[in-house]
Design a protein around this ligand. Structure first.
Ligand SMILES: Cc1cc2nc3c(=O)[nH]c(=O)nc-3n(C[C@H](O)[C@H](O)[C@H](O)COP(=O)(O)OP(=O)(O)OC[C@H]3O[C@@H](n4cnc5c(N)ncnc54)[C@H](O)[C@@H]3O)c2cc1C
Length: 323
């Protein structure tokens, strides 16, 4: 049996941020992931400056492809708006690798199946024993499932279903576009051009609302990709969309029970307005490490302050229009 102080399950942004902070403080930990890196993750891949700030990293030092946006074009019902922003687009296959490299982390390849609570410690797959257990394995995290909820997929009103495709394309339209309240989509659609002639296209909507209206995300995908073709933004592409579901934030999320914690998508921390999850994953990862170090409860700043989004497109749009 391998013993450690903290066992972190999942090496995406949440787990990497937690492990990076523990490493900085010279604490003992093991970071597990079922996939070897670099690995891809279904995600539009835009991040706010807050993400780089949390990592104490200058975006200029980011070693992979990055594109800075100063404006979003928002299509709301039948009208178009230009929203001033400062955002970055990255590719998750590169960004998640960067997070590990930046902190000097090497995850152990292991898919967690069984977790037992044995008095003062946790035993994972009969192989690892740890005093603290951090669940960072995304929407279907085994730690969340074992200690926090029976079935992660049951809360349909907080569950977003999403489809996306990321591909090489000779980009002509280099603005980032977002479509809201169109074709009855209970969410939004995006077109994100990235560095190196990569485009990410996707749609996401609340599962509960889709179910109630008898709608299907695949029909919305068809509508959206046909629209992009018609508008000439993406022409003649053979679509290979991938799907993923994740939960957005509860008003009072439970992140900790004694020495077991859940962070990032495992805890459903993505923001309600935009489904922004990378920032909350990193923030909660750092906060979980600090909780291990200080013994204080895990309470990330944005949850303490009840601030649901770093971006909140609708509020900013309104603010820029009334000024
Ligand atoms: C279509 C789509 C678009 C999105 N766009 C954006 C966006 O533009 N900006 C943004 O901020 N957020 C976006 N998000 C949300 C964002 O992708 C997530 O919130 C973020 O990835 C959460 O990070 P995480 O570390 O919690 O989980 P993940 O990134 O999912 O990492 C979890 C890790 O755990 C590992 N794992 C899983 N199960 C096990 C197991 N049993 N044992 C060991 N390891 C395991 C996985 O291999 C994975 O590496 C989007 C989500 C979707 C679905």
């Amino acid at each position: 049996m391998t013993e450690t102080e903290t066992l972190i399950i999942g090496a995406g942004p949440a787990g990497a941020a937690c492990a990076g902070e523990l490493k900085k403080q010279k604490r003992d930990f093991i970071l597990l992931d079922k996939q070897s890196f670099p690995r891809n993750k279904v995600c539009a891949g835009w991040i706010t400056p807050v993400v780089f700030k949390a990592l104490s990293c200058d975006p200029k030092d980011y070693p992979y492809g990055i594109r800075e946006f100063h404006e979003f074009i928002i299509h709301l019902k039948k009208r178009d708006y230009h929203l001033k922003v400062r955002q970055y687009a990255i590719r998750r296959i590169e960004f998640d690798r960067f997070l590990l490299e930046y902190a000097g982390l090497e995850p152990v390849l292991h898919e967690v199946k069984k977790i037992e609570n044995s008095g003062e410690s946790f035993i994972v797959d009969g192989t690892y024993r740890a005093r603290y257990l951090v669940g960072a394995a995304g929407s279907y995290c085994p730690v969340a499932k074992t200690f926090f909820r029976e079935d992660p997929g049951t809360d349909v009103h907080r569950t977003v279903v999403a489809l996306e495709d990321e591909f090489s394309y000779p980009i002509e339209e280099d603005h980032c576009h977002l479509w809201f309240q169109q074709e009855g989509l209970p969410g939004y659609a995006w077109y994100v051009p990235k560095a190196g002639n990569i485009v990410n296209v996707g749609i996401g909507g609340y599962a509960g609302t889709l179910k109630k209206t008898g709608e299907n995300i695949k029909n919305k995908w068809k509508w959206f990709t046909e629209k992009l073709e018609r508008q000439g933004m993406v022409k003649g592409h053979a679509w290979h969309e991938k799907g993923y579901t994740y939960r957005v934030r509860d008003k009072h999320p439970v992140l900790q029970k004694g020495n077991v914690m859940i962070i990032g998508d495992a805890a459903g921390l993505a923001t309600r307005d935009m489904g922004e999850g990378i920032g909350p994953a990193i923030e909660s990862g750092i906060a979980a490490a600090r909780s291990v170090i200080t013994g204080k409860p895990l309470l990330p700043r944005s949850i303490r302050k009840n601030s649901f989004s770093h971006l909140n497109v609708m509020q900013q749009l309104l603010w820029q229009r009334i000024r």
